[in-house]
Design a protein around this ligand. Structure first.
Ligand code: SAM
Length: 345
């Protein structure tokens, strides 16, 4: 069996890094025949940590279908899933990343006319009330140099590495939003390095989409073995500063009018109907669905989700697995997460 993905994006709010073991053990316990899984889909890709794990752990996987409505996730999809470890093993990738980081630092330290770009202008200013900022000026400029000048547009692996560097050097416990509420002003730079992402085996075919999941379903094939869903669960999860920044630095356009549609998952009044029609429509397309959802704090309760699967969409063998994890690394409060599994046969 392959090892876990080493590339974490742990500071991305809502990522499933710490739940990988739980998710995998639940699938196995449920009885999914791991050797017989050829096609998987993840409709809310985010950092892609779950799809990356699927690609590494299902031994006979042939097709990985990925979707997220945010344009920047296209870079994560391609960076994570479109390269294999040949580059890395030969040392080519780390040499390339070292070269990019040397060139960016050189530009910032030696070209006095270089004023940085989006990150410098929007994220390295000290907030006058909280006396806090997300990035020191030098790190912000290095990141801008990398994204805007040094890394070629098509080098998705390097861009993914720079995204991880951006997360690691941001002044915030869990996400960019919390950085703005952090009372400390970081005076010294966190050393900025470009970490080396691991790839996946070269013979998995990857298919990428950037759409609202509820609209994508009719275009999905009918032979998906495992379909994973990890939707946003309430309006309080503030991903927005983060989305905006990545969309901007990666050159993606924010999709027009998408916010209104996204409300279907973010509001109590619409989430149950959206889930219900989505799960009923997905039924002829897959063998198993696996749904991540929090036990508390979501717009829909777990018993309601079970009811939708069982009574309204007529899935069979619906089972709820639960895990308790700390929200952030050093936090004592645990959040309880569910993985709801159901079969269509
Ligand atoms: C909870 S996060 C997924 C986290 C992911 N499983 C991980 O481990 O990184 C939800 C994701 O769904 C995306 N999203 C929100 N509404 C969506 C929709 N209606 N259709 C597709 N993607 C959506 C967001 O951009 C976000 O990346």
């Amino acid at each position: 069996m392959q090892s876990n993905p080493t590339f974490s994006m742990r500071r991305y709010l809502g990522n499933k890094w710490r739940l990988q073991g739980f998710l995998w053990d639940s699938l196995v316990d449920y009885g999914i025949e791991v050797d017989g899984v050829h096609t998987v889909a993840d409709l809310f890709f985010g950092t892609g940590i779950v799809m990356h794990m699927f690609c590494q752990r299902f031994p006979n996987l042939k097709v990985a279908i990925c979707n997220d409505c945010e344009p920047y996730t296209q870079t994560i999809m391609r960076g994570r899933l479109c390269h294999n470890d040949r580059d890395l093993d030969s040392g080519k990738l780390s040499k390339r990343l070292d070269k990019y980081s040397r060139e960016a630092k050189d530009m910032v330290d030696n070209d006095k006319s270089y004023n940085g770009g989006y990150i410098t202008h929007h994220m390295s200013k000290v907030d006058p009330i909280r006396k806090s900022r997300m990035f020191t000026c030098r790190n912000a400029k290095i990141l801008d140099a990398l994204f805007e000048h040094i890394i070629p547009k098509t080098d998705h692996v390097a861009k993914l590495s720079a995204m991880e560097a951006m997360l690691r050097t941001s002044n915030g416990m869990g996400n960019f939003q919390s950085a703005m509420h952090n009372n400390r002003v970081r005076k010294t730079d966190i050393p900025l390095q470009l970490p080396v992402p691991r790839g996946i085996s070269g013979n998995i075919r990857t298919v990428f989409h950037c759409q609202l999941a509820e609209k994508l379903i009719r275009n999905l094939p009918n032979n998906i073995d495992v379909l994973y869903i990890d939707p946003p669960y309430n309006t309080k999860a503030k991903y927005y500063a983060f989305y905006e920044a990545f969309n901007r630095v990666l050159g993606g356009e924010k999709q027009k009018n998408i916010d209104d549609d996204k409300h279907s998952f973010l509001h109590k009044s619409t989430v149950e109907d959206t889930m219900c029609s989505m799960l009923c429509e997905l039924k002829p397309k897959c063998k198993y669905v696996a749904i991540s959802y929090p036990m508390e704090g979501g717009n829909m309760s777990i018993p309601k989700l079970v009811d939708i699967l069982t009574s309204e969409c007529k899935y069979s063998n619906v089972k709820v697995y639960t895990a308790a994890i700390p929200k952030y690394r050093q936090e004592m409060n645990l959040i309880r997460e569910a993985l709801v599994l159901a079969s269509t046969r």
